[in-house]
Design a protein around this ligand. Structure first.
Ligand code: NAD
Length: 259
């Protein structure tokens, strides 16, 4: 399917691996030029080179931490004039409600709420001037149903979701859509680190921890970055202009909801 966005330009934050890479690759396949970002330069450059040579699109790689103000300035400078923004950053660590202090919340809010808001604030005006734009925020299934050990994530991402709900309606008249994609468990480094925690805590192997988790998902498996990227690319397509302010779960059915 031609998504109708060939020749557009996208910024995909945190995209050298995992879900961000899935989004970057699906957009590249649709003919979109990219600004890619991640903290580590080596893997980022390798993936940028692979996407350039596989899909024939222009790819600029900006290695920095997007949760810092210097990192944000660097990426925003490189991304001037983009048509598509995909926000993403690593998620907060798991823990217990009684252990989290103010600083832990500030870090989580910075990474998973205020960073995407800073990118939207900087880049939405250019899209609105052009009368076309797409924003997809990678959040989490924890926005629809809490994951108790990820209380920092529950809190920060729900704050972002509230911001998007109002802002999406304010920018829609200018042809710009903002939506959130809510991953359930996907086979990435993040899943490995969560499963590593379970394996250590329960004294079971990684394979056992994965199998235990997969058994709780109606689809009985983890999602892939390719599936996630395809959903993101569709939300960025010409055909998704009437999808505004939505929170779309990609979780194999694991969040037990009627709607
Ligand atoms: P990941 O940890 O596998 O992603 C790694 C990528 O993010 C790498 O490219 C890394 O360089 C980059 N990155 C991380 N922090 C960064 C930062 N501060 N600045 C720049 N780049 C940064 O994560 P993932 O599994 O792809 O998940 C992406 C997001 O989705 C995370 O916020 C995660 O918490 C959330 N999420 C993931 C899952 C899952 O099962 N994978 C489920 C729910 C929510």
């Amino acid at each position: 399917m031609d998504l109708g966005i060939r020749g557009k330009r996208a910024l995909v934050c945190a995209s050298s691996k995992g879900l961000g890479l899935g989004c970057a690759e699906a957009l590249a396949e649709a003919g979109v030029d990219l600004v890619m970002n991640a903290r580590g330069a080596e893997v980022l450059e390798a993936e940028a080179t692979r996407l350039r040579s596989t899909y024939g699109v222009a790819v600029q790689a900006v290695a920095c931490d997007v949760t810092t103000s210097e990192g944000q300035s660097e990426v925003i400078n490189a991304a001037q004039g983009i048509d598509i923004l995909v926000t993403n950053a690593g998620g907060p660590p798991p823990g217990m409600w009684s252990d989290w202090e103010r600083d832990d919340f500030i870090k989580a809010l910075d990474a998973n709420m205020l960073t995407p808001i800073a990118f939207m604030k900087a880049l939405l005006p250019g899209m609105m001037d052009k009368g076309w734009g797409r924003v997809v925020n990678i959040t989490s299934q924890s926005v629809r149903a809490p994951i108790a050990v990820l209380g920092l994530s529950n809190a920060a991402r729900t704050g972002l979701t509230g911001y998007v709900a109002g802002t999406a309606r304010q920018v829609a008249p200018k042809g710009v859509t903002i939506n959130n994609l809510l991953p359930g468990i996907h086979a990435t480094d993040r899943a490995d680190s969560l499963d590593g925690g379970v394996s250590a805590q329960k004294g079971i192997s990684m394979a056992e921890a994965r199998a235990e988790r997969a058994a709780t998902i109606p689809a009985r498996r983890y999602g892939t970055r390719q599936e996630f990227g395809a959903a993101c690319a569709f939300l960025c397509s010409q055909y998704a202009g009437f999808i505004v302010g939505q929170n779309i779960l990609l979780d194999g059915g694991s969040t037990n909801l009627t709607m």
